[in-house]
Design a protein around this ligand. Structure first.
Ligand code: C2E
Ligand code: MG
Ligand code: MG
Ligand code: MG
Length: 292
């Protein structure tokens, strides 16, 4: 049924549209200066081994502190950056910073198995990505199998030679690939056969209702079995409470990431978490009280 709008509502709607359009225009504009002005930085979210409850890895997540608007989420500015050449500079910043930080932790003797970071499909379509990463691998002397690039399946759909070539060359220098947000896209099993994919990250939308949605729990169990059967690692994203954690443990999921064991934090906080023998849940009841 059609929604009836009063004149006032129509005006409100169109003026808020303008504000949104203006804001995204402004964001695109301000992104150009953000690197030079040092407005970007990385936070790290722990990835926990389900059996030992130790933080064995972390995902680097970009943050933007805008001089006027304050913190802008990557969910908002990355899609805008992806529509312009700026995404190349942003990713270059992320690569340099994550390699620098990882090398520093290694020098300090901090113990962890892997650090992952996100790249945009747009980066893989440019054929200089491999060289940028190789330069940093060599500069910081990072051992094989420590770094992991998170990509979404959409990239593999493109099936271009440039993409395939770069993924294979990265694997050859010991940089692993994780499929992010697994399950929401095409989830073609074929990609797992065709590409050297190290890890599947189950999208948080399947975890959110895992307790009450039997369909979601079947999907999650299937992804875990598939990953393990193929010798891949599997991470569940967006784990927020004990019930979800216990279910995933029963399902034999290897690793989990989510607010239950820690939100994204500064590099210093992350170092402290890496140094813990065991990470404890941030809550004792089933609900996590955090701002979204
Ligand atoms: P993603 O790669 O799937 O990252 C996971 C997102 O889920 C992060 O949001 C993280 O803070 C959030 N998250 C983690 N645990 C929980 C939880 O228990 N509950 C809920 N509700 N959320 C949780 P964030 O940092 O806002 O990043 C959003 C997306 O932006 C990322 O999704 C990724 O696609 C993109 N992104 C972030 N950093 C970068 C980057 O450096 N480069 C690129 N190209 N994209 C990035
Ligand atoms: Mg990710
Ligand atoms: Mg994800
Ligand atoms: Mg995502």
């Amino acid at each position: 049924c059609a929604k009836q709008l009063g004149i006032g509502e129509v005006q409100l709607f169109s003026s808020s549209m303008n504000i949104e359009t203006l804001k995204s225009f402004q964001i695109e504009n301000d992104l150009r200066n953000a690197i030079e002005n040092n407005e970007f930085y990385l936070e790290y979210q722990p990835i926990i081994d389900v059996y030992t409850q130790k933080a064995v890895g972390a995902e680097a997540l970009i943050r933007w502190k805008h001089p006027v608007w304050g913190k802008i989420s990557p969910g908002e500015f990355i899609p805008i950056a992806e529509n312009s050449p700026i995404i190349q500079d942003i990713s270059e910043f992320v690569i340099k910073e994550v390699y620098r930080q990882t090398a520093e932790w290694m020098k300090e003797g901090v113990k962890f198995n892997h650090i992952s970071f996100n790249l945009s499909p747009k980066n893989f379509l440019k054929n200089n990505l491999f060289n940028i990463i190789k330069t940093n691998v060599e500069k910081y002397n990072i051992p094989q199998d420590v770094m992991k690039i998170e990509i979404t399946e959409g990239l593999l759909l493109r099936e271009t030679n440039v993409v395939r070539d770069q993924i294979e060359k990265l694997k050859a220098i010991g940089v692993n690939i994780a499929l992010d947000d697994y399950g929401v896209g095409y989830s073609s099993i074929n990609y797992l056969k065709q590409y050297p994919i190290d890890t599947l990250k189950i999208d948080k939308s399947f975890i959110r209702h895992i307790e009450e949605e039997s369909v979601d729990s079947v999907v999650v169990q299937s992804i875990i079995d598939l990953a393990k059967g193929l010798g891949r690692k599997v991470v569940a994203e967006g784990v927020e409470n004990r019930v979800q954690f216990d279910m995933l443990k029963k399902m034999r999921c290897d690793f989990i990431q989510g607010y239950l064991f820690g939100k994204p934090v500064s590099e210093n906080k992350m170092k402290e978490i890496f140094n813990l023998e065991k990470v404890h849940p941030t809550v004792t009841n089933n609900q996590v009280s955090v701002e979204r």
